[in-house]
Design a protein around this ligand. Sequence first.
Ligand code: FE
Length: 208
Amino acid sequence: MSDGHTHHHPTPPSEAELRTKAIESLLIEKGLLSSDVIDRIIQYYEQDVGPLYGARVVARAWTDPAYKQRLLTDATAAIEELGYVGNHMRVVENTPQVHNVVVCTLCSCYPWAVLGLPPSWYKSFEYRSRMVLEPRAVLREMGLDLPDDVEIRVWDSSAELRYLVLPERPAGTEGWSEEELARLVTRDAMIGVAKVQVPAPVAGGETP
Ligand code: FE
């Protein structure tokens, strides 16, 4: 297990949600923000950002070793280099020996600036509690069966520090462009519940 378990939340989640709602209502009431604007902001993080920004960060790290170094040293600044601002970040790198996975044990802290909005399972009590206690079993249930000799590190995201997994670049992608690589990188791989896969070639027939 890792040292990634400190979690500082100024308020319990339900209260934080209430506060958000209250502030939202107040802003609308004062005419500072219309509900249309809020809907557009939500749409922006749901559809426009999606996990695409994170995928671009990963693809850059795969193709530019100096960028990768900066990303692992100061993720917030390196992510800002690509124009994505909004979260204090740390990036953790998967290797053949170490697999990283991200959870928020208390609520749903998530790097929305690069991944958009979290999937619903990320917010579920089951994921939040079990990923810490039995990550290997949970990952297996989610379709990622890791060999026993791979160390699993679980990182607890908080409002102050959010984690992004730098997945392993899949074999067979030598010479691919940054843009082609970015298309392979999924949200789940950047949370750490999946690996990045190269789709099987159509000519090769269907693999179950
Ligand atoms: Fe949280």
